[in-house]
Design a protein around this ligand. Structure first.
Ligand code: N01
Length: 534
């Protein structure tokens, strides 16, 4: 008979699922990972849009816990492509012999806690099920794509594709009239890669972003050897950094230096590329509106230097919010793309896209005929994957209903009413380069379960008090950043504003990854009392 009962069921075979499986095996737990997809890789299996790659450098966009993996895997690019990260995760699965405990092609539709047996029943789309004492979500934070709320989507007769559901067989763009809706991190990666393929490329922009441009260099053998030799220090620095990157946080404010010095620092970090600009110039670009505005003005100047047409440069320059007011995307020659004669930037901030038509998109009185429309319009972030399936806890409580008026969790890991349900990267966890909190979270979880098993705890379950404390701390930390402002404020997924009906609250913890990890260590030192609901 096929086995159906386990100590732990982990949903999701991406970075989280692999790390959790590895660490739960270390404490002797009989664990299975399930995933609805047909391959290992999670986000990196699903996301195959043109240009998909990391926007963190490989040295800290990877696991540190396996010396074999560190020493044997060969990274080829400073910012690895999606296919390289996917290959890395498959290598991790093989090298750590994880594959035999991963079941693919099983989509979870429901998970229900049984009070009599103190076990979860995890049901799949085909009606089959597994049972387990512990249920762990590794479903990712940005896995539930959303379409734009533009009428007439079914009317359109051309090829319509969502960036996060790019067909495995690809999309023929050669010489085609292509339209792109959405300029978050996905659209910004798509733009420079699709533009040279397309015959005409129409980029529909509602809100411009501040983009930190970078070069993507090949990784030399010397650099790889140096990273391998110092990986523990790299990971420790990333774990102690607010955003989980291997960078030394700047020590002073943008307001502490004179304008010439400020310009020199901005320029040198801009040339280092990507998040170096965001993290290493000054210590207050994310928390002080005046400093953030100085960085904004520097980037606006860069846009004017790169983009030849002044009107296009002006449109690409955000004015309604300042730098760090939204999640900052890394650009790989994004701004340069707008110098190509067949690339057209269409401003939809004042006249929104009115409708899909049979042949394309209408904006006000103008119809744009398009062979292909790409929607890079984002995700029901942080909670979407958890609320779109029925997760039923104690006394029939459904997680979706628990969170209807606001997220409640202890450290984004556990919810009152849901015994032995643990989340990797739940809502209210840090805004970060994600492999760092994923690895630390998997290790914390393994220690917590080990403690629960050795001490015969009835279950790991957040207390109500801990949920209120964490909701207040998440709110306080978010409101201390430039993401929050009564006046000049960006509309963004981190605040739940991109999904109609979602409560407007901080979905992520903005107080710093290192601060969050300290809270997790404190809970552990305290014998997990805030995870022992009466
Ligand atoms: O989605 P987004 P994303 N008409 O929500 C626009 C991670 N990620 O997939 O800003 C016109 O950021 C919307 O416009 P506006 C990363 O954490 C990481 O790009 O609301 N436009 C916006 O421009 C990221 O933050 C990586 O005015 C419409 C866009 O759609 C997160 O995923 C790569 C519209 C949505 O942007 C999400 O990024 C990719 C409409 N009706 C993603 N509706 C890497 O690290 C929506 N929009 C490599």
């Amino acid at each position: 008979m096929t086995k159906t009962d386990y100590d732990a069921v982990v949903i999701g075979a991406g970075f989280s699922g692999l790390a959790i499986l590895h660490h739960l095996r270390e404490i002797g737990l009989d664990t299975v990972v399930v995933d609805g997809a047909d391959g290992i890789g999670g986000t990196w299996w699903i996301n195959r849009y043109p240009g998909v790659r990391t926007d963190s450098e490989f040295s800290y966009y990877s696991f540190s816990f396996s010396k074999e993996v560190r020493d044997e895997w060969v990274w080829t690019e400073r910012y690895p492509s999606g296919s390289e990260v996917l290959a890395y995760l498959n290598f991790v699965a093989d090298r750590l012999d994880l594959r035999k405990d991963i079941v693919l092609g099983r989509y979870v539709t429901r998970a229900e806690w049984n009070e009599d047996t103190s076990r979860w029943t995890v049901t799949f789309g085909d009606g089959s099920y597994f049972t387990a004492k512990y249920l762990i979500s590794g479903m990712g934070v940005l896995s539930q794509p959303i379409w734009p709320d533009i009428p007439g989507r079914d009317t359109y007769q051309g090829t319509l594709v969502h960036a996060a559901r790019w067909p495995r067989e690809g999309v023929d763009l050669k010489g085609k009239k292509v339209g792109l809706i959405g300029l978050g991190a996905s659209g910004i990666q798509i733009t420079p890669v699709v533009a040279p393929e397309a015959g005409e490329f129409f980029v529909f922009q509602r809100t411009p972003n501040f983009i930190v441009e970078t070069n993507n260099d090949p990784v030399s053998a010397e650099h790889l050897a140096e990273v391998r030799a110092t990986y523990d220090e790299i990971f420790t620095r990333a774990a102690n950094h607010p955003f989980g990157v291997d960078m030394v946080p700047a020590q002073y404010s943008a307001l502490d230096v004179d304008p010439e010095e400020r310009e020199r620092i901005f320029e040198s970090k801009w040339n280092e590329g990507g998040f170096h600009f965001a993290n290493e110039c000054f210590n207050d670009l994310a928390v002080n509106h005046e400093s953030s505005e100085l960085a904004s003005e520097f980037i606006r100047k860069k846009i004017r230097e790169i983009v030849k047409d002044p009107a296009t440069a002006d449109l690409l320059s955000p004015k309604t919010y300042s730098f760090n007011g939204k999640r900052v995307p890394t650009g790989f020659r994004y701004y340069d793309t707008f110098n190509l004669p067949h690339v057209h930037l269409i401003d939809t901030s004042t006249t929104p896209i009115t409708e899909f038509t049979e042949r394309g998109l209408r904006v006000g009185d103008t119809e744009y005929e398009l062979d292909v429309i790409i929607a890079a319009t984002g995700f029901d972030a942080m909670t979407g994957t958890l609320t779109q399936i029925d997760i039923v806890g104690r006394d029939g409580l459904v997680l979706r209903d628990k969170w209807a008026d606001g997220i409640r969790s202890n450290l984004g890991i556990s919810m009152n009413g849901f015994p032995n349900l643990l989340l990797s990267l739940g809502p209210q966890t840090p805004y970060s380069n994600l492999p760092v909190p994923i690895q630390l979270g998997a290790q914390w979880m393994a220690r917590a379960i080990d403690f629960a098993e050795k001490n015969d705890l009835p279950a790991l379950e957040a207390t109500r008090e801990s949920e209120e404390w964490w909701a207040e701390e998440t709110d306080r930390a978010g409101k201390a950043t430039v993401m929050y402002s009564e006046g000049k404020k960006a509309k963004a997924w981190f605040f739940g504003e991109n999904v109609p009906g979602k409560p407007h609250e901080f979905q992520v913890y903005m107080g710093g990854g290192q601060v969050y990890q300290q809270f997790c260590r404190d809970a552990e030192r305290d014998g997990y009392r805030s995870f022992r609901a009466p």
